[in-house]
Design a protein around this ligand. Sequence first.
Ligand SMILES: [Cu+2]
Length: 145
Amino acid sequence: MKTRFLPRIALGAALIFAVSNVAFADRTPSPAGAEVYIVSPKDGAKVKGPVTVVFGLKGMGIAPAGIKFDNTGHHHLLVDVDAPANLSLPLPADEHNIHFGKGQTETTLTLPPGKHTLQLVLADSLHTPHDPAVISKKITIVVEK
Ligand SMILES: [Cu+2]
């Protein structure tokens, strides 16, 4: 028993090291002047649903998730949520953090009437924001009935 136990601990330690190594891997650099922005709707716009959101990007290109290519990334739309405080980790994927891993540059949202915030974050092939982060201004829109 004793001889079989040790290798398992070693394997466990190796796995933990591998995982933490991934978590703290260097972030993908973004070029100077790179900018992501919401083309439409405009900040403060009153709109009727469904809302088409058009993504804008300057100084970088789009690549699908999983494809590593210099100065590229894919869009993430943050809906009614603040950007994560720690931008060195992969972005969550849920109804507030929508990934456009196929390289889409617009989407249509069905939002309930009222105020909503929208913000774009570009992230690399592994969904982690670049360094420095390429993140848009957070805009507020009002969806009318
Ligand atoms: Cu993503």
